[in-house]
Every structure is written in C-alpha cells, then in structure tokens.
Design a protein around this ligand. Structure first.
Ligand code: ZN
Length: 155
C-alpha cells in the first residue's frame, strides 16, 4: 500500500529547535492536520544526531548537477544514500557527471529532497488540503524559531 509523507524541515541543514519549541510545533501540526478518529494518520517529530536524508521517494524523478547541468542518475544517488544508511556527517560528494565535489544539498532535485537534523512528518494526512500552505509553514517556522520548508514523499 502506498504511503504519503509531508515533512517540514529547517531550511538550514544542521539546525535543531529546543525540545519545548518542538513540542509546541507538534501541537500546532496536530491542530492544523486534524485526525477525526485518531487512527488515520501519524504525526512524528524526530531529532537526528547526524544529517538525515529526507527523501521524496517515488516523487524523485530527476537530479541535476548545478555545476555542469548534467543529469545525475537516481541509481547513483540511491546507492549513495543506501551506503550511508540515510545519514551523513558530511554532505560532500564527487559528482558522477563531471567529477566536481559538491555538497549533496546543493544538487537540483525534482521533486525536492531535503537534508535535516530535525523533522516533523505527517504520514497519510487526513485533511483534503494536502500540503502545508505558505502561511502554515511561516507559522511553524515562528514556533520552532527557524524558517522551514516541506518535502513531499510517496513510497
Ligand atoms: Zn556535474
């Protein structure tokens, strides 16, 4: 069965909120993403010790090198992520297209792929307005203390 995830992550790779801010953010997310009978969706707050890949799953269709504009194969990327078990201390990688060493978070991902040490994820959100709106992302950023963006994943 398909699963859909909406993840809000800080726009800075290393940034983490305080635990109090994370709790307040979870309360806010549960309020704007209601789950009437409490069984349809899952809201998860995660702190990662290392930098975690917030992968868009099947939504990832294309990766482009920002240096040479070459296509980077999804197989190359997924092998790299698998080898790292989804977590990194250092995002630098040698690009298969042109040999340039670039941080992985600077590649062009379609759909977006994120890197973060904190995330709030919603699995199989119930509400019909599926994504966070811009206003909700701004409010969530205010609560956490740092701007956030969203990654939409389908597995
Ligand atoms: Zn390249």
């Amino acid at each position: 069965m398909s699963e859909f995830y909406i993840s809000a992550i800080p726009t800075a790779v290393h940034w983490q909120p305080t635990s109090a801010a994370a709790e307040a953010a979870e309360v806010y997310v549960r309020r704007i993403f209601p789950d009437p009978d409490g069984t349809m969706q899952e809201v998860k707050v995660e702190f990662h010790d290392r930098i975690a890949v917030i992968h868009p799953g099947e939504n990832l269709e294309r990766i482009t090198c920002p240096r040479c504009r070459g296509d980077i194969s999804l197989d190359w990327f997924d092998a790299l992520v698998t080898l790292a078990e989804g977590e990194f201390d250092n995002l630098d990688g040698t690009m298969p297209c042109c040999g340039t060493v670039l941080p992985l978070d600077t590649l062009d991902y379609d759909w977006p792929c994120g890197y973060a040490r904190f995330e709030i994820g919603i699995r199989d959100a119930c509400r019909p307005e599926y994504e966070f709106t811009e206003a909700e992302l701004a409010e969530l950023g205010n609560i956490l203390g740092h701007p956030v963006r969203q990654i939409l994943a389908h597995f």
